[in-house]
Design a protein around this ligand. Sequence first.
Ligand code: PLP
Ligand code: TYF
Length: 394
Amino acid sequence: MFENLKEQPADKILALMGMFKADPRDDKIDLGVGVYKNAEGVTPVMRAVKAAEQKIWEEQVTKAYTGLAGDPDYADALINLVLGDAVAREQVAAVATPGGTGAVRQAFEMIKMGNPEARVFVSDPTWPNHLSILKYLGMDVVPYRYFDSETGGVAFDGMLEDLKGLKAGDVVLLHGCCHNPTGANLNMTQWKEVVSILNDKGALPMIDIAYQGFGDGLDEDAAGTRYVAENVPELLIAASCSKNFGIYRERTGLLMAVSADAGKTKLTQGTLAYLNRQNYSFPPDHGARIVATILNDPALRADWAGELEDVRLSMLGLRKQLADELQKLSGSDRFAFLGQHRGMFSRLGTTPELVEKMRAESGIYMVGDSRMNIAGLNSTTVPILAKAIIDAGV
Ligand code: PLP
Ligand code: TYF
């Protein structure tokens, strides 16, 4: 039967990693895959993660199965990190998942179970895996306008116009913060307008939050999500700890279903546990236990938050340096949006041809849609990138 299988399309971001590796040039610059790198180009294990692992190694007495929902301490701690006191704990059903991607996948499956007719509205552009998983599940996708490549900001009028096409029971997928791939984010006024449309139309929001702490700070980055949670009857949240704890390969995510009526939580919790059982039974535990250990230990938590803040500020510094450098070289403010974007990514807003030109001529690897991983830069490479952008004629 294997001969019946078809070649599947490669993930463009992961393919770019391979191309970068194969390039013999010493001065090549990797702005591809969304992994944080320090000024030396290393993705470090965070101090608090090392300390938590040591504590777990010393104290853990069994590796027997947890529960289908994973470690309850992890769910409690992460719900609190994402939602603060926006809703009561009883309103939230949650299961641990293999990474944020696992949470996204389970959320889509739950949507299908709740409303097989639901269309999922996604930002144009969005993270390619959203589209590929939706396609795999055979779900209807409706793009909504999101990025204005003229201004580098959110095309908010277009977004609202497109959301007017929602029908009751449809789903709107939103990025909680640090939009991937653009770096352009909703402000609080815009979140409020989106919630108002969702409630008018009877649509369900689903928030993917994979970069909390990378934008404006841990609480600031969750503010939109918390506002939605407080003001809609139902909400799905797919959270990832891959980036903000630097535990990419541990596969640590959480899917939350928030109901205004706590009476629904038994049903949603049962559904989420059922979905875990169908797909992989017990979720991975090691990363979840690291996160719970850190968040529940005041000293480790403070150290983690401090290191995360340093990471955030270093990316912000690089962003500002790049915007300033481009201002100098172009003699205009047309790249100022790069300083306003938040998180790991910025979309430059240029053509695939010019992206390819920068790769061929200057060894600069950004994703074909002109997404750059700002963490792939350091203070020495920023001016090189700025010059390559101007030389390419962007
Ligand atoms: N959602 C978005 C928008 C992402 O960029 C990522 C990527 O890292 C994820 C979810 C999930 O990441 P992971 O499955 O590695 O936790
Ligand atoms: O967008 C990114 O670069 C990250 C990492 O299939 C990633 O979200 C990229 C591709 C992929 C899974 C994760």
